[in-house]
Design a protein around this ligand. Sequence first.
Ligand SMILES: [Zn+2]
Length: 211
Amino acid sequence: MPINKIQFQRGLSLPDHFAEYGSEAQCKAALEKMRWPDGFICPDCGETEYTVVQRGELKLWQCRSCRKQTSLTAGTIFESTRLPLTIWFLGIYHLTQPKNNVSALELKRLPCVNYKSAWRLKHKLMQVMDEREDKRVLNDRAEVDDAYLGGVHPGKAGRGAHGKVPFVIAVQTSEEDHRPWYVRLDPVSGFTKKALIQWAEKPLRSWPTWM
Ligand SMILES: [Zn+2]
């Protein structure tokens, strides 16, 4: 099980991050591409024809069919935020790039963020990551292993150790060089055939639609 490789996965460097998402305009363009990869789709009726309405700084997409006006961030976690997107993106960078978790205190070092907003930003992002991870379905090539987390230390090692929670680890790896892409960690009731079949129904079925 190539779990170790995950720790050495090459990430985006901080200068790379700033080159790509350093300005508000770059973040907006990136968000638009993530949200509507094939062009605007009205969240209400699915229409793709629109006109742009500019209200001061705010750009609105007005649906040609139902006339609903949608902003880039409407219905996303960035909606009604007072923080610039560059800060959100930097927060996402800090939470996802290093392999060890980042504290709200570290996020506070981001420009123009106080502790309260840093804490909120971190928790909002983690909530979204949790929800997304829960929906993550691994594609054809997945490597699966069992593991225990927690437990009394020093204790009995391995299966059956007291207080340890059984987990299934599934890693989706690339076809060519088996590089790890995604990891899922799911607690299971035990490593019985029944529990594992029940578990496998969730992450191994097919690709989901993300957004
Ligand atoms: Zn519409």
